[in-house]
Design a protein around this ligand. Structure first.
Ligand SMILES: *[C@@H]1O[C@H](CO)[C@@H](O)[C@H](O)[C@H]1NC(C)=O
Ligand SMILES: *[C@@H]1O[C@H](CO)[C@@H](O)[C@H](O)[C@H]1NC(C)=O
Ligand SMILES: *[C@@H]1O[C@H](CO)[C@@H](O)[C@H](O)[C@H]1NC(C)=O
Ligand SMILES: *[C@@H]1O[C@H](CO)[C@@H](O)[C@H](O)[C@H]1NC(C)=O
Length: 417
């Protein structure tokens, strides 16, 4: 790695662009002095992050994995990182399909730069004090009889902070249990029973999981927790615990999208953008939403005094990564045509099982402070209240690297996967 970690940190600090105040543009369209190497390297990581953001919206709009009726939650960063990690062991068309599916043009962004940018990203996200509320990992499992290529094992560790674990896949049920125990151990019990079924001929599996516990950074006092109606759709209403806060929030009314946008900082350098469409407008918002809508948010956002009602909620989703990646045209790695000769040369290999698991909790440990003032007695100057009591969308990004960690939609706060 040519650049030191501190340079890498600086490099990432300058990364684009989602939600930044300036107008993001494709960095390749910018004027670059070819001789300015550092600048060029900087722009290449900038481009990598630009591509992550593009893929985020493509995935949201196209994947068959998300249904209209249920909550959606996925981690674009984690999906892209694990796919790139896989590409380290792929050759020929299998390899090209992954990089093309992720929209990388190797003429413009050399492959080693892509991995180096991800190495920096992974490094930062795994710093112990960067995001203690975030666990993001991928693990690969291969059959123990296969001799793995040293370079692959080393690159997976060095660039993606991940491990390749050997198992006896002959006994499918036992291998499945071992995978589940491993992930449960790595997540301190937060993610258990990850793999529910596995085909008998599986000898290569990818487990990709991300866990985040959203704790508000700002010290807004909780006024009270009340049971209120959440309008899932025009026919269904459920009761949910709503946390009522009164204070000054970053809010903005987007007239074009017919929604409220709230920006909230969470502990550990994460910023969430919550988009609350008017009743019945959620699908319209989903259709039109793209990265351009985020470009101006920070300029438009306003600080408003309000009564905020936000549900206490915890969402977990489990997706077959195969379905998600097929949206991007990445299919060969899962088929018998797969060329994974960078993983092992002992036998033809395909990715038999790949799971993307995401767990996100908001406000789950909030308590009402004991104090002797009644909420109703304090005055709210503008008498303005906002209720997250109908389906809403959100994007959570890492503040430091500006990369989207999560994208999701809450349709019903009281269902889970
Ligand atoms: C690469 O793939 C093409 C078409 O799929 C095949 O014809 C060729 O033999 C492959 N090359 C190697 C080195 O495997
Ligand atoms: C990749 O980039 C090069 C150089 O900009 C361009 O000529 C080529 O058409 C691009 N390929 C694709 C598939 O977009
Ligand atoms: C709250 O304050 C009022 C007036 O200061 C006092 O009369 C009341 O006993 C207090 N209540 C509690 C539960 O401390
Ligand atoms: C605040 O608004 C509600 C609903 O519009 C209204 O019923 C209430 O009287 C208002 N309160 C004050 C103090 O203006």
């Amino acid at each position: 790695m040519p650049s030191s970690v501190s340079q890498g940190v600086l490099l990432l600090a300058g990364l684009c662009c989602l939600f930044s105040g300036s107008q993001p543009q494709d960095p390749l369209e910018m004027d670059v002095d070819e001789h300015d190497h550092d600048h060029k390297e900087h722009l290449l990581c900038y481009r990598v992050s630009y591509i992550i953001i593009q893929i985020t919206f493509t995935l949201y709009h196209k994947s068959d994995s998300w249904s209209k009726q249920t909550n959606v939650l996925f981690s674009p960063l984690s999906i892209i990182a694990s796919s790139l990690m896989l590409s380290l062991g792929a050759k020929n068309n299998t390899h090209d399909q992954i990089l093309e599916g992720l929209n990388f043009n190797l003429t413009e962004t050399p492959e080693n730069f892509i991995h180096e940018c991800f190495q920096q990203l992974t490094y930062i996200l795994h710093l112990p004090d960067h995001t203690p509320q975030l666990t993001m990992d991928s693990s690969l499992f291969t059959d123990q009889k296969l001799k793995l290529m040293d370079k692959f094992v080393e690159d997976v560790r060095r660039l993606y902070h991940s491990k390749v674990i050997a198992l006896n896949f002959k006994d499918t049920q036992r291998a499945q249990n071992q995978i589940n125990e491993y992930v449960e151990g790595e997540t301190h019990g937060k993610i258990g029973g990850l793999v529910k079924e596995m085909e008998a001929d599986t000898d290569f599996a990818l487990m990709n999981y991300i866990f985040f516990q959203g704790k508000w950074y700002d010290d807004f006092e909780v006024e009270r927790i009340v049971e209120q109606d959440f309008h899932v759709n025009s026919d269904t209403t459920v009761k949910v615990p709503m946390i009522h806060r009164r204070g000054r929030f970053f809010l903005y009314r987007d007239l074009d999208l017919s929604c409220w946008v709230m920006v909230q900082h969470y502990m550990g350098d994460a910023t969430a953008f919550f988009m609350l469409p008017d009743q019945g407008k959620v699908q319209e918002l989903e259709k039109t939403l793209n990265q351009r809508h985020f470009e101006n948010i920070l300029q438009l956002i306003d600080i408003r005094t309000a009564d905020l009602y936000f549900p206490r909620l915890s969402i977990a989703t489990t997706y077959d990564l195969k379905t998600i990646l097929s949206t991007l045209g990445i299919t060969e790695v899962f088929s018998k045509e797969a060329d994974l000769s960078g993983v092992t040369q002992d036998a033809p290999l395909k990715l038999g099982k790949a799971v993307h698991k995401t767990v996100l909790t908001f406000e789950d440990d909030v308590t009402v402070p004991t104090r002797n003032t009644s909420w109703s007695k304090r005055d709210s100057p503008q008498n303005f209240s906002i209720h997250f009591n109908r389906p809403f969308l959100f994007v959570i990004k890492d503040e430091y690297t500006n990369c989207p960690l999560f994208v999701g939609k809450v349709v019903n706060p009281v269902t889970n996967d």
